[in-house]
Design a protein around this ligand. Structure first.
Ligand SMILES: [Ca+2]
Ligand SMILES: [Ca+2]
Ligand SMILES: [Ca+2]
Length: 337
């Protein structure tokens, strides 16, 4: 593997470990011990657990013009101490940041300090179930399948065989997967890979990432006591948004939509994605990400398949200036063997 970090560390199998150096409390006699090292168990703070990579494009199927859904998100501990991924919520944008090829776009009210989200999936755990050591990663697969292999999907008369894609990824070793049981489209549950907890899903079928990357992603740490029901009851976004196209202007009530505002102080890391010719605005505001990551400049350019957006490594560290235009580059997925 090209990646120099142990990517497929299966945290679900491990008991949390407390690194020895972290057991020394900071005392006046021991002033060198940074204060946060006494803070065990350690939930990640902003910038400690980051989205290192997003593989939204999927891998082109040879001889076809579409791709496998071998999509994943990789979260990495960039701090110098173990953090726990428990109660980290993965969220996707509500605000649409693109304009169409005929120039139509949506306009929303300013959101000063928060993220307007709809899809929400939680890494489950009681606080110390999923240790992530410094430099290690957690992989969230949209489906934890080996996409190289043929497989059977659906049941009864809906059953069909999906051919394997020799160029695609083996995601069967992911740490977590999105599993969306529903009546309309089969999702596959890998019993060996823990499922994310669905807090809200906007799709009637299964959640996938937007293959052309016109979407934004963030991870937030949910405080103790918060639940999906509480967020939905207390944090609905309200106001009016507008659709503009030539001389046409329509207004809509945000209140009618499935959208909640995640407070800025919960946010660990946020990444906008887009394509240059479709870019209109960033769904996550400049306080969280002043730019956007991209795989290709032209929306739907077939060249985007097989490319992921990955943080650059600068001076041995993952770049995180909260400007994804500068921090990310399009590259071969790190899980490509
Ligand atoms: Ca799935
Ligand atoms: Ca599973
Ligand atoms: Ca960041």
């Amino acid at each position: 593997m090209a990646c120099n970090k142990p990517v497929y560390d299966d945290n679900t199998e491990k008991k949390p470990e407390e690194p020895e150096e972290n057991t020394d409390p900071a005392t006046p006699e021991n002033p060198e011990t940074p204060e946060e090292k006494t803070d065990i168990p350690a939930a990640p703070k902003a910038g400690e657990l980051v989205i290192e990579e997003i593989y939204y494009s999927g891998t082109l199927i040879p001889g076809a013009e579409n791709a496998s859904d071998d999509q994943y998100i990789k979260l990495t501990n960039v701090s110098d101490h173990t953090v726990y991924a428990d109660r980290v919520l993965f969220v996707m944008n509500y605000i649409m940041g693109d304009k169409t090829d005929v120039g139509a776009y949506y306009e929303y009210p300013e959101l000063e300090d928060g993220l307007a989200v709809n899809d929400m999936y939680l890494i489950p755990g009681k606080g110390t179930d999923h240790a992530v050591k410094p430099g290690e990663s957690v992989v969230l697969a949209l489906a934890a399948l080996d996409y190289k292999e043929s497989r059977t999907e659906g049941e009864g008369e809906d059953e069909k065989t999906v051919e394997g894609n020799p160029d695609a990824l083996d995601l069967s070793g992911a740490d977590f997967e999105f599993y969306d049981e529903n009546d309309y489209y089969p999702d596959t549950d890998n019993p060996d890979v823990e499922n994310l907890e669905i807090w809200f899903k906007s799709s009637f079928t299964i959640t996938t990432l937007h293959h052309s990357g016109l979407q934004s992603y963030a991870i937030v740490l949910v405080p103790e006591g918060e639940t999906a029901q509480k967020i939905m009851a207390e944090r609905h976004w309200t106001g009016t948004y507008y659709f503009h196209f030539d001389e046409y202007n329509f207004d809509y009530a945000i209140d009618d939509d499935d959208v909640w505002v995640i407070p800025g102080e919960w946010v660990l890391d946020a990444v906008n994605c887009s394509a240059e010719d479709s870019y209109f605005r960033n769904p996550w505001g400049a306080a969280f990400d002043a730019g956007y990551a991209w795989t290709v400049k032209v929306y739907n350019d077939i060249a985007h398949f097989g490319k992921s957006v990955r943080r650059k490594v600068i001076d041995g560290k993952l770049a995180d200036t909260n400007n994804s235009t500068n921090d990310f580059e399009a590259s071969v997925p790190s899980l490509k063997k």
